[in-house]
Design a protein around this ligand. Structure first.
Ligand code: NAD
Length: 385
């Protein structure tokens, strides 16, 4: 089994940290790590060697390893060097990139995608990397916002005067939003939050924050505990109703997503125009497909003419790479250890977790949703609004 160095220079995380190596070797697995794989997350090669891993060149890792671990997707050089029977584990986002699944199956590679881990299955919680990484994102978003904010976040009474606490609004109360609320609260902010799933109200209140109740959209619950996409009318009235709340806050953290859809736009340009100079927005949903904030520029920090700083990071977990890698590595190790029999990773598609994460096996795409996408003509696969 081998962990690769990520090729994207902005991806500072690593799929395996030295602290997990002993657990894997104890299960009979031989662990290889590509030279420098953990360097950007502050895990030096020497620490992997001390933990019992062999540090090797990329070329040797690609030929020797039966199981290859990545944070992101399978890079082109790894696909090109792959051989039948090899297993790849990463965040492959097969619903966004079904063609990669097709290529991997043609090459006889078994592919496991960490974003397939069932979210609500108790025994899969320690393997849930969507949760662990979203949690980092929510935490980091608040720290970035505080860093760009020109005042103290908590109320401080000093000889030089009393500063009022910052007011922070969190839009979207999933894993990232909950962590953002907790972090903002611990920093001493006055926190409010809104989500279209009514069950989030009690979660918000239990964290000491205020729940924003809107008249326009009181419930938009989809499948599997996620939200559903709003209709255009719902979205516009929701945005209009949110405007007053947004304008009244110093900091807005957005963390709303709908699986299979573009992130919902919640913060309109009109709302931003009404915010006070010095206000800060962090759009954790920002991607090349858009974000929750109308004026977000993916990957950029911009300042509007009325003095509002809008930050749209593309990979928040990579901005806290040590902690994010430790959590991801634990997720991946827990999943693999549940699959090891006699020192080998054994695929069992009757297992509920494996049925969800295994995308290709034995020269076939085995995930039904990916197969359905591959059977759909390309013009119908455009991401839905
Ligand atoms: P997500 O990233 O898909 O979405 C983030 C949040 O955005 C969600 O709370 C969603 O309701 C909200 N949202 C979507 N559209 C919105 C809109 N128009 N306005 C406001 N908010 C909007 O969600 P996630 O963080 O991956 O978590 C989704 C669900 O999975 C939650 O129900 C969570 O509790 C559940 N979950 C459960 C477990 C577990 O039981 N172990 C683990 C992880 C997640």
């Amino acid at each position: 089994m081998a962990a690769l160095k990520e090729l994207d220079p902005s991806e500072h995380r690593v799929a395996l940290v030295p602290g997990e190596v002993a657990r894997l070797t104890a299960a009979g697995l031989r662990v290889l790590v590509e030279e420098g794989a953990g360097a950007a997350a502050w895990f030096p090669d020497a620490d992997y060697a001390k933990a019992g891993a062999s540090v090797a060149s990329r070329a040797r890792v690609l030929t020797d390893a039966d199981v290859i671990l990545t944070v992101g997707t399978v890079p082109p050089d790894v696909l090109a060097a792959s051989r039948p029977g090899q297993t790849m584990v990463g965040t492959l986002q097969p619903l966004l990139a079904p063609q990669l699944a097709a290529r991997l199956s043609e090459r006889g590679v078994t592919a496991l995608s960490m974003d397939g881990i069932p979210r609500t299955l108790g025994r899969a919680q320690a393997m849930d990397s969507l949760t662990s990484q979203a949690s980092v994102a929510g935490y980091k978003a608040v720290l970035i916002a505080a860093d760009h904010f020109g005042r103290y976040v908590p109320m401080l009474m000093t000889a030089s005067g009393t500063t009022p606490p910052a007011s922070i609004l969190v839009l979207g109360v999933g894993v990232a939003g909950l962590q953002a609320i907790g972090t903002a609260h611990r920093l001493g902010a006055i926190v409010s939050a809104y989500d279209v799933r009514p069950e989030t109200r009690d979660q918000v209140l239990s964290l000491g924050a205020r729940f924003v109740t809107l008249r326009s959209v009181t419930a938009a619950v989809g499948e599997g505990g996620y939200a559903r996409a709003l209709t255009t009318d719902e979205r516009l009235t929701l945005q209009g109703e949110l405007d007053d709340h947004i304008a009244a806050h110093d900091i807005v953290i957005t963390a709303a997503q709908v699986p299979g859809h573009r992130p919902p736009q919640l913060v309109s340009a009109a709302a931003i125009a009404r915010m006070r100079p010095g206000s800060v927005i962090v759009d954790t949903a920002a991607s090349e497909l858009g974000g929750n904030v109308e004026l977000s520029q993916p990957g950029e920090t911009t300042v509007t003419p009325n003095g509002v700083t809008i930050i749209a990071p593309l990979n928040l977990p990579a901005m806290m790479a040590t902690g994010a890698s430790m959590a991801y590595s634990r997720n991946i190790a827990r999943m693999l250890l549940s699959m090891v029999r006699d020192g080998k990773v054994v695929i069992d598609l009757d297992d509920e977790i494996q049925a969800a994460v295994v995308i290709t096996h034995d020269g076939r795409v085995v995930n039904p949703a990916v197969n359905a996408l591959l059977a759909t003509p390309p013009e119908e696969v455009a991401t839905q609004p």
